[in-house]
Design a protein around this ligand. Sequence first.
Ligand code: ADP
Length: 480
Amino acid sequence: MAECKNMYINGEWVAAESKETLEIVNPANGESVGTVAFGDEREAGKAIDAAHEAFASWSRLTARERSKYLYTLSELVKKNRDELAEIITLEMGKPLIEAKGEVLGASDNFLWYAEEAKRVYGETVPSSVPNKRIMVLRQPVGVVGAITPWNFPVNMVARKIAPALAAGCTVVLKPAESTPLSAIRLFELIEQAGFPKGVVNLVIGKPEPIGREFMDNPKLSKIAFTGSTRVGKLLMEGAAKQVKRVSMELGGHAPFIVFDDADLDEAVKGLFESKFRNSGQMCICTNRLYVHEDVADAFTEKLVERLKRTNVGDGRTKGTEIGPLVNQRALDKVLEHIEDAKEKGAQVVYGGKQLTEGEYAKGYFCEPTVIVGVNAEMKIAQEETFGPVVPLIRFRDEDAVIQQANDSRYGLAAYVYTRDNQRCFRMAEQLEYGIVGINDGSTTQTQAPFGGFKESGIGREGGRYGMDEYLETKFVSFGL
Ligand code: ADP
């Protein structure tokens, strides 16, 4: 077996004090792809100490100096794109072409925040008395605890640590247990980029004790989290005890609405991107498809045609468009949603089953699936499916579909296809979602604000909005 890979704390690669390790498996075939040190609150505590100590000097560097490290890292990530992408595909299954796109996205985030670091402007505000001056400073919040999920194991990290470091914060990162190998490779590049010790730390291990340390340790000022709404709520509750700053990117349940005047071919293309990318394992994935009844049959036919041409397989195989689901639990949930919908009267018009033969035998593969006759009582219409299943609901009336689309505790992403300009604006303004794609099924860009309404989260990642999450506002009143 390959050697055990360690955590990165205070500029050193260290094993867990408990000596525990964890084996990482490839979800496409169940084979081992590596072993990592698996720590707990002890490593989290040491990393927070290191980050706290490093904060004093890192936060006082000029923005230009901090920016240089981020530029170097951006270049290194780009240069090592193929290797990082291969690790992502091995540990979580996404098609290699998507993994390469993700790595480029991460490089772009480091580049963007290298630039943005230099634009953290304060303000002077006119005073209402002649012998005073009002100055507003923007300062880093302090040590950041970042917790990331497995579905974008490199870019979710970049989207947190890039703005945090640019702002002058120091960081302790806890990646998801199933995808630490790409985080370790990224940290090797961080080491190569020459960041001073303690500025960025990597702790791999048990989520609960590490999360608890993040919440309870007074040296840590902010928690940046992407993951499930359930865990996000736990962290918010815990963070409340010390009024720690939080930013949360949580679950989603995106509606995708196709009007009768839409370009159906474009809509199928957009749906494919928003539903099947990452095997349907994105918080911005379509989870309810509403199609106007006059075009529902034609749309379904085109969608099924597209799915018939879709390659499901190992992400490393050229031409694969849909890889495996991340683990057995994820596959079970998807199959449960399909069964529940069938029991409550829906019909499967394409797919619907786990793939078990031949190359699929040892992985967690599910057929791309289309279900019609879906209603609001079904689990699939309420809960995040996180898999390659499209539940189709017919509608007739614009106001009614807006109401249905908004009838969710989530509010992350929504998509609309129509060629009516006035309707575009009505939809953009009335959908209660943080991200609305109008004739666009693939919305994410580095400089745009990403985040949700309602239980989908709090705060934004991306662009200058993402920087705000790592800055405090200080008012200095000068008496003259
Ligand atoms: P998913 O179901 O997509 O895996 P989770 O919210 O469980 O979403 O996981 C997202 C991240 O949160 C992972 O890094 C995971 O280890 C971490 N996590 C899970 N439970 C906790 C917890 N109780 N405290 C802190 N982090 C946690």
